[in-house]
Design a protein around this ligand. Structure first.
Ligand SMILES: Nc1ncnc2c1ncn2[C@@H]1O[C@H](COP(=O)(O)OP(=O)(O)OP(=O)(O)O)[C@@H](O)[C@H]1O
Ligand SMILES: [Mg+2]
Length: 323
């Protein structure tokens, strides 16, 4: 098993009497991408702040790169890079000067060459000598991330790194994140873009009302959610009626002439459905399998009107319906 780059247990944090983190724990394997999801105000930035030594937790233990964030703050800081939710560039300095400043603070050797390489990698060469204050939001984000990479940190924290980026820049950012991981860097990422977590993350945790309501690979999370179903479309209402009779538990749409039947999507259970139709001489004009995406997962798990237990019950009830 790979060693963990981040190990968190029993994390608690309250602002006054408002509890934000209520016993949060997770583990991030070295060289992997971990994504923390959650609605606005869920406590993602608070978690990042605690893990990066910027803030003290009320309880719990956090080890980053093998060091305790409270008793070995210095070692943790030396091992990490952080891109905050809001860009931390100095607006009065140029992009190049911002990078140079960080490189000098970190006493990086060959700083000039490193700065050139980063400007190139982030497509900032043309604006390198303009004041960062004149940069667009996306350019600032890129400069901010470039600054984070100075000194080759082992563990990088990215708090919503692609918010405000256009699709191309977002993809560039994803490529860079993938390259970093291929080189062995560990990435802790928060994002509002579920597609981003789906694309990048090895593991995802969903934070809601102070607790982690789900953890797993993107695929595992999608499987937990009711909604995987087979969808049949028929030639006429007569066929739809017949199908609804032989495939109980389905939801019909008379206008579309479709029947949605809960199904785990495995070939064996799909075959069972198709055989049922065939045995009854019913032909479907169209047949597809719909798997829930991370948006479905997010909505199901973070529904603010339903507490965690309610959500779990809903999942179990729906699972029970599936054949
Ligand atoms: N310094 C602070 N003092 C008091 N309350 C705070 C402070 N910082 C955050 N909070 C509260 O803690 C909760 C969690 O905030 P946090 O910034 O961690 O959320 P988030 O998940 O990062 O949200 P977003 O998706 O909007 O960035 C919010 O209700 C916020 O109002
Ligand atoms: Mg935040």
């Amino acid at each position: 098993m790979r060693s963990s780059a981040i190990a968190v247990s029993g994390l608690r944090k309250a602002y006054g009497d408002k509890v934000v983190l209520d016993g949060v724990g997770f583990d991030v394997a070295a060289g992997s991408i971990f994504s923390l999801l959650g609605p606005n105000g869920a406590g993602k930035t608070t978690t990042v702040n605690i893990l990066t030594t910027l803030m003290k937790a009320d309880a719990g233990t956090v080890r980053v790169a093998g060091h305790d964030v409270v008793t070995e703050t210095k070692q943790v800081r030396a091992a990490i890079g952080v891109t905050g939710q809001f860009a931390a560039v100095d607006e009065l300095l140029s992009g190049r000067e911002n990078l140079r400043l960080v490189a000098d603070l970190k006493r990086v050797r060959g700083a000039g060459r490193l700065v050139d390489r980063l400007l190139e990698r982030f497509d900032l060469v043309e604006s390198a000598d303009k004041m960062a204050g004149t940069y667009s939001g996306g350019m600032r984000r890129k400069l901010d991330l470039a600054m984070t990479l100075v000194g080759n940190p082992q563990v990088i924290f990215l708090d919503e790194p692609t918010t405000g980026l256009d699709p191309r820049s977002r993809r560039t950012m994803w490529e860079i994140v993938r390259e970093l991981v291929a080189e062995g860097t560990t990435i802790f990422l928060t994002t509002q873009y579920l597609e981003e977590a789906d694309q990048l993350a090895d593991r995802i945790a969903v934070l809601n009302q102070g607790r982690l309501v789900a953890q797993g690979t993107p695929e595992e999370l999608k499987r937990q959610i009711p909604g995987t179903h087979a969808r049949f479309r028929f030639a006429d209402v007569h066929d739809l009626d017949a199908a609804a009779r032989v495939l109980p538990g389905g939801t019909r749409d008379d206008e579309e002439l479709t029947l949605r039947v809960p199904n785990d999507g495995e070939s064996k259970s799909l075959l069972a459905l198709l055989s049922r139709l065939d045995e009854n001489a019913i032909n479907a004009k169209e047949f597809s399998v719909h798997t829930p995406d991370l948006d479905d997962v997010f909505l199901a798990l973070t529904d603010s009107t339903a507490g965690g237990t309610d959500t779990e019950n809903t999942i179990k009830e729906k699972e029970a319906v599936a054949p």
